[in-house]
Ligand binder design. Structure first.
Ligand code: AMP
Ligand code: ZN
Length: 114
């Protein structure tokens, strides 16, 4: 989608520190990491937020979640623990309106989240 930051990263128009990609997903390091591991997993298809996911995206959503666990596991966080977050719309702090899964690890995570 024109003007979407993450579509531009996926297209290679804006550089990013990619850690994984396949036919449906791209994962890259967050530019402003909130933990020693802070990866964003984004679908190649433009979907603005969780509110816009339909049943046709069920496999995609599952792939995002499973990829989060795989990336965390590769970094040694499977047993220790890690945090996954989808921010949805303003009150949750979503700033980029291309759905993305935050994967954070490497420090204790507080609850409830801020
Ligand atoms: P959210 O606030 O949930 O929409 O998350 C958006 C995330 O994108 C934030 O954690 C930002 O630090 C991150 N971000 C913004 N621009 C870039 C970029 N060019 N490369 C990587 N991450 C970015
Ligand atoms: Zn997009």
């Amino acid at each position: 989608m024109a003007g979407c930051l993450f579509c531009r990263i996926i297209a290679g128009e804006i550089p990013a520190s990619k850690v994984y990609e396949d036919d449906t997903l791209v994962a890259f390091n967050d530019i402003n990491p909130q933990a020693p591991m802070h990866v964003l997993i984004v679908p190649r298809v433009h979907v603005a937020s969780l509110n816009d996911l339909g049943p046709e995206h069920d496999a995609l959503a599952g792939a995002m979640i499973r990829r989060a666990a795989a990336i965390a596991g590769d970094r040694g966080f499977a047993a220790r623990g890690f945090r996954t977050v989808f921010n949805c719309n303003a009150e949750a702090g979503q700033t980029v309106f291309h759905v993305h899964l935050h994967v954070l690890g490497g420090r204790p995570m507080g609850w409830p989240p801020g």
